[in-house]
Design a protein around this ligand. Structure first.
Ligand code: NAD
Length: 365
């Protein structure tokens, strides 16, 4: 152990007050306390994901604490204050949101609103001096993502996207196998994510709020799957669209299949849909295969990696995701799910939609 650190620990053990410590020790002491302090998170938009996943996950974090809420629904204020002990001084609505700048208890603003509102609230949060997490898809297009990245950079705050699966242990093993080529290079990836969507009146089916259909909402998981398993960025994409219910899906895509080519020669084939359930990842390496089924659920992500069985890990993906962002803030590190990562997916989605517009021809990403 570093002798200065040993001395510092001895002084701490002897109950020496911080004021009597050497300057270096004082700094270490302060750093120790900073790393112990939980960062205050304010959730913006208390819909299904914030209520059923993020708030419970925040109870399991070690570096974060649910300290604030932003809601347009008056009756949710008391419900959340009672359930999570959120103090009224940290409760905002969409009109008072900007005054969060004067609330030192809030370190991180987590935007959990419909897709078309992410950009505005990310930028307003950054301008209020808060670090920001935004839900996926980061923005409606690459230009929006670039604006958000620029706003956070200008404000000197960190930005990340809610890609919870990147902290799921089995997903991380497959990511590592691609990066380290432990079974040789990746040759082929099949990634799929779809579900049967219900209520025809919901915002996910309105283009102005969602920016697209299954592709924007859950196709992004299949893109992530292909990108994290290969550790490469696609160079081109070719896409096909299928619509069985032109009334329900009048404004947004229902089912899309697409193929991507990667610089190494690896290829991927993916499907997303709002009319059937599919939730799987398969990777073929030069030597052997890997798979996850389900690949994208909140719990139970399980499969195999070569001969190894990947049993579901009893963890909260969202708790690990938020704790890692808090760690990045405390250690001034860059999140692996930064704004740039969200931008990369937005560029792929744009190429997929462009390929559809061009009748399925190959489009460069
Ligand atoms: P939701 O419809 O359940 O909640 C949306 C919230 O936004 C509600 O509280 C609603 O009151 C509020 N809102 C404010 N203005 C609105 C408007 N003009 N129209 C509609 N709602 C408005 O949606 P959700 O499932 O919680 O999704 C929110 C975001 O989280 C989306 O971007 C979605 O893609 C993302 N999400 C991510 C995951 C994940 O696993 N990472 C899972 C679900 C949702």
């Amino acid at each position: 152990m570093n002798p200065r650190r040993r001395t510092f620990l001895k002084q701490l053990a002897a109950g020496v007050a911080a004021t009597s410590l050497s300057p270096l020790s004082t700094r270490l002491h302060a750093a120790h306390h900073a790393s112990q302090k939980k960062l205050g998170v304010a959730l913006v938009g208390l819909g299904g994901y914030a209520t059923r996943q993020l708030a419970p996950a925040l109870q399991k974090t070690s570096r974060c604490s649910l300290r604030g809420i932003v809601t347009g629904t008056k009756k949710k204020e008391k419900i959340w204050a009672d359930k999570y002990g959120v103090d009224t001084s940290h409760i905002y609505n969409y009109e008072t949101f900007d005054s969060i700048a004067n609330d030192p208890a809030i370190d991180i603003v987590y935007v959990v609103l419909p897709n078309s509102m992410h950009k505005e609230y990310v930028i307003r949060a950054a301008q209020a001096g808060k670090h920001v997490i935004t839900e996926k898809p980061m923005g409606l297009n690459a230009a929006e993502c670039r604006e958000m990245i620029a706003a956070c950079k200008a404000a000197g705050v960190k930005l990340s996207v809610g890609y919870r699966l990147r902290f799921e242990p089995n997903t991380m093993l497959i990511e590592k196998a691609g990066r380290e080529k432990t079974m040789g290079a990746v040759r082929y990836v099949q990634s799929e994510m779809g579900f049967r969507i219900g209520d025809p009146a919901q915002w996910r089916l309105r283009h102005s709020l969602a920016g697209g259909g299954a592709m924007m909402d859950v196709g992004i998981y299949a893109i992530q799957g292909a990108r994290y398993s290969t550790s490469e960025e696609p160079v081109s994409v070719r896409a096909q669209e299928f619509k069985t219910d032109p009334v329900k899906f009048a404004e947004v895509d229902e089912t899309i299949t697409w193929q991507m080519k990667f610089p190494s020669g690896a290829i991927s084939n993916s499907t997303t849909s709002y009319s059937f359930g599919v939730n799987e990842l398969t990777v073929s390496y030069e030597r052997g295969r890997a798979g996850l089924r389900p690949a994208n659920r909140y719990t139970g992500v399980a499969g195999y990696l070569g001969n190894e069985v990947l049993a579901a890990a009893p963890i909260s993906q969202q708790a690990l995701q938020m704790d890692d962002f808090a760690r990045c803030i405390s250690e001034d590190d860059t999140s692996k799910i930064s704004g740039e990562e969200g931008l990369k997916d937005a560029l792929v989605i744009e190429a997929i939609y462009e390929s559809l517009r061009r009748g399925g021809t190959s489009v460069a990403v």
